[in-house]
Design a protein around this ligand. Structure first.
Ligand code: SF4
Length: 213
């Protein structure tokens, strides 16, 4: 099991190398929530192209509630799973208006009760919209935490709970933001680029690469 000091060092080092914002770190909680729902199995660039179009056509939660699923689907049809996502978006607008006074709730329990919202989306909302300590485990966080040797977990949910036990709570907020950027640039799926990894010394991955090819 890694020491807290090593974990802190990795996260702080990566924060310095990858200071950018997360793609769904938008201004309003409802934007963080809805854009994250659209982002499932979809590239961030596509989400950031489609989401403003959706909100131009349906600027309020009331207009999303009033719209039909097929009208919402038509506005987001450039992204994958758009029919299911349209259903979730409409259901979320209804739930926020009917049960939460038009506001996004700020607890895990209330968030995962919304249509189409799982733990990863809920954690993104908690940390990006409300700055609450939460670890949103997507494919990058899951892969990197396993490569670093911090966890030995078969799926993202188990990784989330294992990381919550390992990582000091004050650092949870940074994990998704820095690991996603790091996972796209250096610790990529397939063959990681260990030769340019700023935390290689602290990583226990047994098949580290030492050259680009
Ligand atoms: S050394 Fe390689 S496997 Fe380990 S974190 Fe860095 S890029 Fe990923």
């Amino acid at each position: 099991m890694p020491e807290a000091a090593a974990i802190r060092k990795v996260i702080e080092t990566l924060r310095r190398h990858f200071p950018g914002k997360g793609a769904v770190e938008l201004d309003r909680p409802e934007d963080v929530l809805l854009a994250t729902v659209l982002s499932a199995r979809t590239r961030d660039e596509q989400v950031l192209k489609v989401y403003p179009k959706l909100r131009k056509r349906f600027p309020t939660l009331a207009s999303l509630k009033k719209a039909s699923v097929s009208e919402i689907a038509d506005a987001i049809k450039e992204i994958g799973l758009y029919r299911a996502k349209a259903k979730s978006v409409k259901g979320i607008a209804e739930a926020l208006l009917d049960a939460h006074g038009g506001n996004v709730p700020d607890t895990m329990e209330a968030l995962v009760a919304l249509p189409g919202v799982g733990r990863k989306t809920a954690n993104c909302v908690l940390c990006y919209a409300f700055k609450k300590p939460a670890i949103a485990v997507d494919t990058h966080v899951h892969r990197i935490a396993n490569r670093l040797g911090w966890v030995r977990t078969p799926d993202p949910q188990k990784t989330e709970f294992a990381l919550m036990r390992l990582i000091p709570k004050g650092l949870w907020l940074h994990v998704n933001r820095v690991f996603v950027q790091f996972g796209r640039a250096v610790c990529v799926p397939g063959r990681p680029r260990c030769w340019k990894c700023p935390v290689a010394r602290l990583c226990r991955y047994p098949r580290k690469t030492i050259t680009p090819s």
